[in-house]
Design a protein around this ligand. Structure first.
Ligand code: ASP
Length: 304
């Protein structure tokens, strides 16, 4: 099997002055993941490494530079899944963790559970001696300013931040990666700071299996971004996989699921899809979606 990988850096109305940073961030992540795959490393290692790079990059709403919740705190969600045995690990509403994707992987590898939340997730991180960070390491000045501006507004619609309100909010996106390794295993990973000014304790689609992420090595892997409250209602990632199982190609499978999301709950989202034969695509109904991929021939593409 020839390895392949696709990553995304969010789906929303990315303004011109932020496009280069998104393309660069996605390109770096996809190259990092592909380098590992080329050395014979697993799809899990590749998606974890790609997502860690984007969690470090304040361009994105994941890890460092994430949105603040209504209490002015950073709460992060992440999930990782490997498609041979459908093993998965996730964390939600976790604080003081720079790389929630690695904590999600530890939940998968080192516990009997699939999802840990909040303080329990943090205590688990400490129990395995994962580094924790203080809020200033996750917080950027830009997020503090954004938070103050949103708090000063009377009405703030979460849905708007994915469609057309970027001139006001200059938002940023969730990150994700899907990889196929030389053994034919598919893995998928998604990591996010959620939505700006979310209520403390709010969990979006991203860490929920089948909603923000799914991987089945017999079919395909999927990572999702967009308005979480719409995505989780239609279990979007699993719908894309089910479409693939019914014989659709990646673009068709993604586009059908997005069209259903729009028709059923007026949702907004973007998906990346990687099939077991290495074919891949992305589909979205937001103004832009940041992505990059490297196919089985080693050809790289990045787009917005
Ligand atoms: N889906 C994420 C959430 O609702 C946000 C995003 O994808 O940008 O938490």
């Amino acid at each position: 099997m020839r390895p392949a990988i696709i990553v995304h850096g969010g789906a929303w109305d990315i303004p011109p002055d932020m496009r280069e940073a998104h393309l660069q961030g996605c390109s770096r992540a996809v190259e990092e993941g592909y380098a590992l795959l080329s050395q014979g490393r697993s799809a899990l290692d590749a998606v974890e490494a790609a997502v860690r790079l984007m969690e470090d990059d304040p361009t994105f709403d994941a890890g460092r530079g994430s949105f603040l919740n209504s209490d002015g705190e950073v709460e992060l969600d992440a999930i990782i899944m490997e498609g041979d045995e459908l093993r998965t690990g996730a964390v939600a509403a976790v604080q003081h963790i720079l790389h929630p994707i690695s904590l999600a992987r530890a939940v998968m590898d080192r516990t009997q559970h699939c999802l840990l939340v909040g303080d329990g997730a943090l205590r688990f991180a400490r129990s395995i001696e994962m580094d924790t960070v203080e809020v200033p390491e996750l917080l950027t000045c830009r997020e503090l300013e954004r938070w103050k501006a949103i708090r000063a507004e009377k009405a703030f619609e979460q849905r708007d931040v994915f469609e057309d309100a970027v001139t006001r909010y200059k938002r940023k996106g969730t990150v994700g990666a899907v990889a196929l390794d030389s053994k034919g295993t598919i893995a998928a990973a998604t990591s996010t700071g959620g939505t700006p000014n979310k209520l403390a304790g709010r969990v979006g689609d991203s860490p929920l299996i089948g909603c923000g992420n799914y991987a089945d090595s017999r079919i395909a892997g999927v990572s999702v971004t967009g308005w979480g409250e719409s995505i989780m209602k239609v279990v979007l990632a699993k719908r894309v996989c089910d479409n693939m199982e019914r014989g659709m190609r990646p673009y068709e499978a993604g586009a059908e699921a997005i069209a259903y999301l729009k028709a059923r709950v007026d949702g907004l989202a973007g998906v990346i899809v990687l099939a077991r034969d290495g074919d891949m695509a992305h589909a979205f109904n937001t103004p832009h979606m940041a992505m990059a991929c490297i196919d089985g021939q080693g050809r790289k593409k990045a787009s917005l």
